[in-house]
Structures are given as structure tokens and as C-alpha cells.
Design a protein around this ligand. Structure first.
Ligand SMILES: [Zn+2]
Length: 396
């Protein structure tokens, strides 16, 4: 392999909070970073121009499960990979598809090989395994690939969580092996998805992240971490958090486990959370985040502001000529009033979702910009304290 697929370096640290630079073949990403979620190859409701220019997102997330079912990895591969297919030149992280199998489908049949389930799209029988997930993610040609893991519910029993982490460790190794085969040029791979051509050579362009499971049990989390590090990955994720457990449980896991994760590799907290969660987790040593909240909540009329959440449906905003957030720099806040946004929402105009989503992403991405600046300048603790206090003051 000519060079490493990604590089990451710490540039400043305050306590456990780290600021760093993550470089992929497609973009330079300052961390801690929030990655907008592009489920179907689109960050719902946002054109790529503002996502790149005004919002300056450097990396987005693509969902393997959804893209696999529709349009299918063959279509995407034949269109030149996910970047060309969707028209996004910057970095993409793809998840393994596992989380959607656990959360969106029923009639699952889980065994050592993988998981059989019915597609939520057309009811057809599908099979996902570490090998299949690596092959789909190779066809998608993302910069960062996630191992295929089992995600137990947040309140799983210890016995269940233990078995699940054992399986996840075995699947992590199988993911690693198949991933490495796919990264070597000109290997004639017999694909597990039954299509020889879907195993395309990648010449070491992709990075692979391992996932630490173990629910809320610290000893299991430590064991999972050790076993994941033993295999060796380009980055490490904490999975299975924010899946129904109490918030203080999540913080406790992060606080105890993040400092034990390799210091020279990026740490990714999957599927979390609110701006407050991002700051509190960055303070505990997390570098990467993704969450559907800014986009999903935007579509249901909820705006995140520097003073907490605002529900645009509320009648008190009918004549409110202030922007969503007086502390927000975004183009929606510069131009539009709460009154107009409420009117758009109440009349079912699609622009309501578009504008609220744009503002919410600005809020999340700007918060992370503030976190990075504060870590670099050494006043992160003050920033954190003031941010949380302002949130608690509430929207007026
Ligand atoms: Zn705004």
C-alpha cells in the first residue's frame, strides 16, 4: 500500500478533550467533528452546495443498509461509487448496516454466520454478515468503513451483553480479514454476495474502524475494547449508547472507557446526540459524532438553539419577528423570522423542513467549531460551562 488511508493527529488537549486533524484522501477534517447523516445518500432536506459552502461539513455519513436495499451497491458501483453517484466530493463514513437490521426489521434470524431478515422495503429475504457488509462498503467506496457488529439494547442483561460482545469480537476479526482482502489490488475475490465483480480492488484507500460494545457494563466494555484493539483498527467507536439507557449511564461509560481507547486514533461515538451531549462527550475524549437529530427534528418543527429547543408550532411564535436563534450566524437566521417559519410549518410548506434542517445543522456544526476553538485556545472548560448555562436559561 502506498500510504495510510487516513491520518489523525492531536493538535491540542484540555483535560481529556482533544482537538485534532483527520485527513482522508478527500478532505481535511478538524475534530471534534459532527457528521451529518446522509441516510439514502442525501442529508435530508439540504442541497450539497450549502452543506459544503455555508455549513462547511467535511464528512457525512452514508447508511449501508438503506443504500444496499435501494438502489443497490451494483447501481452505485456502476455509477462510479457513492461520491460520484450522489455528487459529494468530500469524505463519507459508511456504517455497517447492522444497526438498521436491529432497529428496522423483524423476523430476524441471527446465527454465527450473520443475520437473515426481511427487507423493510419489499419484504424480500436478505442476509448480512461481516463479509457482505465489507463488500457493500467497498462498492460504495467510502473513506471510513465500520465493522459489522451486533448492537444489543441499552438495557440488555449482562449475560446477553456478554454473548453479544463475544459475537461482535468474532465478527470484527472476520470484518478485518475480508476488508484487508478487498483492499489489495487485483485480487480475484469470490464475493459472498454472489457477484464476482462486486469485490473491487481498492488499493488501500479505505480505513476500517472497530466498534466497542458491552452495553452499560464497564467490565464488559473494557473487555470489548481490549479485544477490538488486539485486532487493530484505524479508529475506534463506542457503539450501543443512546439506545434507551439513562443519560448518566452513557456519560459514565464514555468517561471510563474513552481514556482507555488508543490515544493516537480517532474515537467515534455512534448515533449521539444533542449539542449538550456532544460537548459533554468531547470533554470526555470523543472526537467524532453523528446523529439524525438536527435533520429529523427539523422536519418535525423543532429547532435547536443556543438556549435550548424551540418548537416552531407553538402559537406564541405567530407574531415573533426574531430569528430562531439570535446567536446563530446561519443564512436562515439572517433572513427569516420565527413568525414566517411557523407559518411555513403550519401550512405544510416543504420549505419549513428545509430551513429548520439548515439552521439545526448550522447549530450543531457551529457548536463543534466552538468546541475546537476553545480546546485550541485552552479555555474549553469555560466554554463548556457557559454553553451549558446558556442552554439552561431556556428559549424566551
Ligand atoms: Zn440559524
Amino acid at each position: 500500500m502506498s500510504s495510510a488511508p487516513i491520518s489523525w493527529q492531536v493538535t491540542a488537549q484540555v483535560g481529556e478533550a482533544r482537538a485534532g486533524i483527520l485527513k482522508t484522501r478527500r478532505s481535511t477534517i478538524e475534530t471534534p467533528v459532527f457528521m451529518p447523516v446522509g441516510t439514502q445518500g442525501t442529508v435530508k432536506g439540504v442541497r450539497f452546495e450549502p452543506l459544503e459552502d455555508e455549513l462547511d461539513a467535511r464528512i457525512i455519513l452514508g447508511n449501508t443498509y438503506h443504500l444496499w436495499l435501494r438502489p443497490g451497491q451494483e447501481v452505485i458501483r456502476d455509477c462510479g461509487g457513492l461520491h460520484r453517484f450522489i455528487g459529494w466530493d468530500r469524505s463519507i463514513l459508511t456504517d455497517s448496516g447492522g444497526f438498521q437490521v436491529w432497529s428496522l426489521t423483524d423476523l430476524r434470524k441471527l446465527n454465527e454466520d450473520g443475520v437473515e431478515f426481511r427487507s423493510h422495503v419489499d419484504g424480500s429475504l436478505k442476509f448480512l454478515s461481516p463479509e457482505v457488509s465489507m463488500e457493500i462498503q467497498a462498492a460504495l467506496d467510502s473513506e471510513i468503513v465500520m465493522v459489522f457488529d451486533e448492537c444489543p439494547p441499552g438495557k440488555a442483561s449482562k449475560e446477553f451483553a456478554k454473548e453479544s460482545l463475544e459475537l461482535t469480537a468474532r465478527w470484527a476479526l472476520r470484518s478485518r480479514v475480508r476488508f484487508d482482502e478487498l483492499q489489495i489490488s487485483n485480487v480475484d475475490n469470490q464475493s459472498a454476495i454472489g457477484n464476482r465483480q462486486s469485490a473491487i480492488p481498492l488499493s488501500g484507500k479505505q480505513a476500517l474502524f472497530g466498534i466497542v460494545q458491552g452495553a452499560s457494563y464497564l467490565d464488559l466494555r473494557k473487555e470489548s475494547l481490549e479485544r477490538t484493539v488486539e485486532i487493530g483498527f484505524d479508529g475506534y467507536a463506542l457503539g450501543g449508547l443512546s439506545v434507551g439507557e439513562e443519560k448518566n449511564v452513557m456519560y459514565e461509560v464514555i468517561e471510563n472507557i474513552a481514556p482507555l481507547m488508543p490515544k493516537d486514533k480517532p474515537r467515534y461515538l455512534m448515533g449521539v446526540g444533542t449539542p449538550e451531549d456532544l460537548i459533554e462527550s468531547a470533554a470526555r475524549g470523543i472526537d467524532m459524532f453523528d446523529c439524525v437529530m438536527p435533520t429529523r427534528n427539523g422536519r418535525t418543527g423543532q429547532a435547536f438553539t443556543s438556549r435550548g429547543k424551540l418548537n416552531i408550532k407553538n402559537a406564541r411564535y405567530a407574531r415573533d419577528t426574531r430569528p430562531l436563534d439570535e446567536n446563530c450566524y446561519c443564512s436562515v437566521c439572517k433572513r427569516h423570522t420565527r413568525a414566517f417559519l411557523r407559518h411555513l410549518y403550519m401550512t405544510g410548506e416543504m420549505l419549513a423542513s428545509i430551513l429548520l434542517t439548515h439552521h439545526n445543522l448550522a447549530c450543531f456544526l457551529d457548536t463543534m467549531r466552538g468546541v475546537r476553538q476553545a480546546i485550541r485556545s485552552g479555555y474549553f472548560q469555560k466554554f463548556r460551562q457557559e454553553y451549558i448555562e446558556r442552554l439552561k436559561s431556556g428559549v424566551d
